[in-house]
Design a protein around this ligand. Structure first.
Ligand code: SAH
Length: 258
């Protein structure tokens, strides 16, 4: 029997049309689709009728399938000769463990492709009217996971380099650590009045955005009860939202079909 293949596919940030044509084709031709929690379920409608759909989703802190089981599943199905599409939110290699899964497949000698996706840390700000770079306001941009806990020795962030050297910072998985993010940036030199936006469920029809400053955003987030999934975006570019926000105005006239 032919060996199968695994496509590690980025499903995009939430809106079902924000997947690449290549990614969509991988869904259409798959025998097996192993999908994560944050993908738009509408995408699964494009699967073949007899495709096997396997949920590998994770709630923060909880695991439906643990990572080793996912690795095993991808290898087993590919060895059965199947076309396997591993569908991940955003981009597969931005905090998506795409790299780890590719390593396992490479070790097992299984053919695979990595299909990029639009990552939430860029797309959610854009849907909130915030460009992550801008000629007048930001010439550097960093994507950072804020999920590591300092009290567990998991924080590997160079806060000083971030605070002093980067104009726009997009924090993923940052909601639980919001006070720590803000205080660390201030401690290492970012101005306390640096603008901050938090975009929850970016690009979906339940997108919500709040804005404030490093010194005030925690209180706003608490009041508005912002929860996962959300991007915490720090930098002067946030100010552009006042002028170029657009999502809220189209929402008034039509419902985005997500
Ligand atoms: N691979 C994904 C990121 C996975 S990590 C990507 O490239 O986008 C999960 C984190 O991504 C969440 O905790 C949240 O910070 C962010 N995220 C994913 N989807 C999001 C969305 N629609 N809106 C806001 N943040 C989102």
């Amino acid at each position: 029997m032919d060996r199968g293949i695994v496509y590690l596919v980025g499903a995009g940030p939430g809106h079902p049309k924000l997947i690449t044509v290549y990614g969509l084709e991988c869904i259409q031709k798959a025998d097996v689709i192993a999908y994560d929690r944050l993908i738009s379920k509408d995408l699964l409608q494009h699967a073949k009728q007899d495709a096997e759909l396997i949920y590998c989703g994770k709630l923060p802190g909880k695991h439906a399938l643990i990572q080793e089981q996912i690795h095993q599943l991808l290898v087993e199905k590919a060895l059965e000769g199947k076309i396997v599409t591993r569908l991940k939110g955003g981009d597969p290699c931005v905090f998506g463990r795409g790299g780890e899964e590719a390593e396992v497949l490479a070790d097992a000698g299984i053919p695979y492709e990595i299909v990029p996706g639009i990552t939430a840390g860029i797309a959610a700000p854009e849907f909130a009217g915030i460009p992550v770079t801008h000629r007048d306001h930001a010439s550097s941009f960093a994507i950072v996971t804020a999920h590591g806990r300092v009290d567990k020795g998991e924080d590997r962030i160079d806060w000083e380099a971030l605070a002093k050297g980067i104009d726009t910072i997009s924090f993923y998985m940052g909601i639980g650590n919001l006070p720590y993010i803000c205080s660390s940036l201030i401690e290492y030199g970012k101005a306390p009045d640096t603008p901050v936006a938090i975009i929850q469920w970016g690009t979906t029809n339940i997108q919500r955005t709040i804005t404030g400053e490093l010194q005030t955003i925690e209180a706003v987030a608490e009041k508005e009860q912002i929860t996962h999934p959300a991007i915490v975006l720090v930098g002067k570019v946030v100010q552009l939202r006042d002028k170029i926000k657009w999502f809220e105005s189209i929402q008034e006239t039509e419902t985005v079909n997500v």
